[in-house]
Design a protein around this ligand. Structure first.
Ligand code: NAD
Length: 527
């Protein structure tokens, strides 16, 4: 297929659908390869407010790169105070309509959005790959996860209910579960579409509206979600997207009309978000980083544990918050484990993330790739042994020669105090540690400020539950890893976060209780 050179003109207030999605997708494989060097999206990917794309009010423009090729994908115009304010006001107007709708009505619109996502699955997944660098196979699963989340919370939209409490003398009280108002969602770059859905679906189900800020590194797919909600019949401005980085994010957190901030990102940024929200006494949900332990006992099904260790470390090029990157292996099975894990790791197919057969795409950016490779170098200096990978990788396809690829790495001989074991690397680097006893491994597994996730592989069911009971982590996996169905809560202990996403409990984080006391007799006044 041949694709002609594309020129985008800068036109403000153009309907979004004609600006982003169709043009991007016409450029995708095999076309993208044929059109090597011609993909330049010149239009600003501004923000969605009231269903329209607008120019930046700051004049700041940031280049967005395609991780697989290293080419400039588009220019992002960031939003300043005027546009942040406009987006919040637009969301406030939508809120007035949305919160009055019956849960059934909100559910119907959300289910329609889910159907549209299903229909546009390939298109959204492709945009995600071009923007983030992950494999198309994983991106499709992310789109499915987003859709399932919207379907799940559409169901819960009909269950928002209070309590009736009988009081003395025939008086009574009742509680109403009410929305919070305009919520802000701020996302990380590793699961751009999924994060936007995981935040917006419970917020909207509870009758809130949302202004969402994706990472400036991966700004595209949240815009498609906004488009989907709108097409499904959501009021104008119900889910707005503003583009930008730290400055735009802090404008949102400080905005007086914002009722809540739901954030996914790193621990240092999470702390700043909490401080900003504290000034307005706004509740926060924080989904932060991790350095999770994966404990493999000698009585496990070894083949299964090896598969689990790979899932726990190499999903999304290792850029997953819950990854089990501290792999504790029971000493008697260490040689067999290492042999099997290295064999499988060497077999991981790295390459064009748009191809079905690719299992590992590109890391999200050049600075991030350099940072991850720097961690591998430091690990070597501190005494770790590289069993495989940990090097830049150049795929055969010339179009990918400037992409941000690296070979997945297994580090042996790791010690608890090494930097690679202490810090979140957020790349395809597995640190293998050895242990002798259950008591010892529990103490070492918990010896971290993080507490997002943990895994255990064993056939001893009592041991499995005993270990899990003592692990300080919000999500634990027995004989599997990184399974996050929307029906169950996900979130961190300790510095890995506050609050939960998914599961019924999320309703509590996006609503507030009003108590109404009804007097059936006379006022018994003391005065
Ligand atoms: P980051 O903290 O650098 O940025 C996250 C978001 O916050 C971005 O949208 C960024 O623009 C915005 N931001 C930065 N400074 C801000 C400020 N002062 N005020 C408001 N917003 C601000 O994180 P990242 O590099 O995009 O993502 C990687 C991190 O995210 C990792 O630590 C990873 O573990 C974490 N993460 C956690 C989860 C989870 O569910 N726990 C999921 C995905 C990623």
């Amino acid at each position: 297929m041949k694709v002609s050179k594309v020129h985008f003109s800068s036109v403000a207030m153009r309907p979004l659908a004609s600006l982003v999605a169709p043009r991007l997708t016409t450029l995708l494989p095999p076309a993208r390869r044929a059109a090597s060097g011609t993909l330049q999206i010149k239009d600003p990917l501004n923000y969605w407010s009231g269903g329209r794309v607008r120019l930046s009010d700051t004049g700041n423009v940031e280049a967005v790169y395609e991780p697989a090729t290293g080419r400039v994908l588009c220019q992002l115009q960031t939003c300043g105070p005027a546009h942040v304010d406009a987006a919040v006001r637009s969301s406030s107007s939508a809120l007035a309509v949305w919160r009055k709708m019956a849960g059934m009505e909100r559910a119907r619109i959300m289910l329609q959005a889910a159907r549209l996502i299903e229909k546009r699955r390939e298109e959204i997944a492709t945009v995600e790959v071009v923007d983030n660098g992950k494999s198309i196979t994983e991106a499709r699963l992310d789109v499915d996860s987003a859709r399932l989340c919207i379907e799940y919370f559409a169901g819960l939209a009909t269950t928002m209910a209070g309590q009736h409490v009988q009081l003395a003398g025939g008086s009574f009280a009742y509680t109403r579960r009410e929305p919070l108002g305009v919520c802000v969602g701020i996302g990380a770059w590793n699961y751009p579409f999924q994060i936007a859905a995981w935040k917006s679906a419970p917020a909207l189900a509870c009758g809130n509206s949302m202004v969402f800020k994706p990472s400036p590194v991966t700004p595209l797919s949240a815009v498609l979600l906004a488009e989907t909600y709108r097409e499904a019949g959501a009021p104008e401005g119900l889910f707005n997207v503003v583009q930008g980085g730290e400055e735009t994010g802090s404008l949102l957190c400080h905005h007086p009309s914002v009722a809540k901030v739901s954030f996914t990102g790193s621990v240092p940024t999470g702390k700043k978000i909490m401080e900003m929200a504290a000034r307005g006494v706004k509740p926060v949900t924080l989904e932060l980083g991790g350095k999770s332990p994966l404990i493999i006992f000698e009585d496990c099904d070894l083949e299964n544990a090896v598969r689990g260790a790979l899932m726990a470390n190499f999903l999304s090029q290792g850029q997953v918050c819950s990854n089990g990157t501290r792999v504790f292996v029971h000493r008697p099975i260490l040689p067999q484990f290492l042999k099997a894990v290295v064999r499988r790791t060497r077999g991981i197919r790295i390459g064009d993330p748009l191809l079905d057969e690719t299992r590992m795409g590109a890391l999200v950016s050049r600075p991030h790739l350099d940072k991850v490779l720097g961690y591998v170098e430091q690990a070597k200096e501190e005494g770790a042994r590289v069993l495989c990978g940990g090097e830049p990788f150049t795929p055969e396809d010339p179009a990918l020669k400037h992409g941000y690829h690296m070979t997945p790495c297994v580090l042996d001989n790791c010690k608890d105090d090494m930097t690679c074991v202490q810090e979140e690397i957020f790349g395809p680097v597995m640190c293998v540690l050895t242990f002798d006893t259950e008591e010892e491994v529990l103490q070492r597994a918990n010896n971290t400020t993080f507490g997002l996730a943990a895994g255990v592989f064993t056939k001893d069911i009592q041991r499995a539950h005993r270990v899990v009971e003592n692990l300080q982590a919000g999500s634990c996996f027995i004989n599997n890893y990184n399974i996050t169905p929307v029906e169950v809560p996900f979130g961190g202990y300790k510095s890995s976060g506050i609050g939960r996403e998914n599961g019924q409990v999320t309703i509590e984080f996006f609503s507030q209780l009003k108590t109404v006391v009804v007097e059936m007799g006379d006022v018994d006044s003391l005065f």
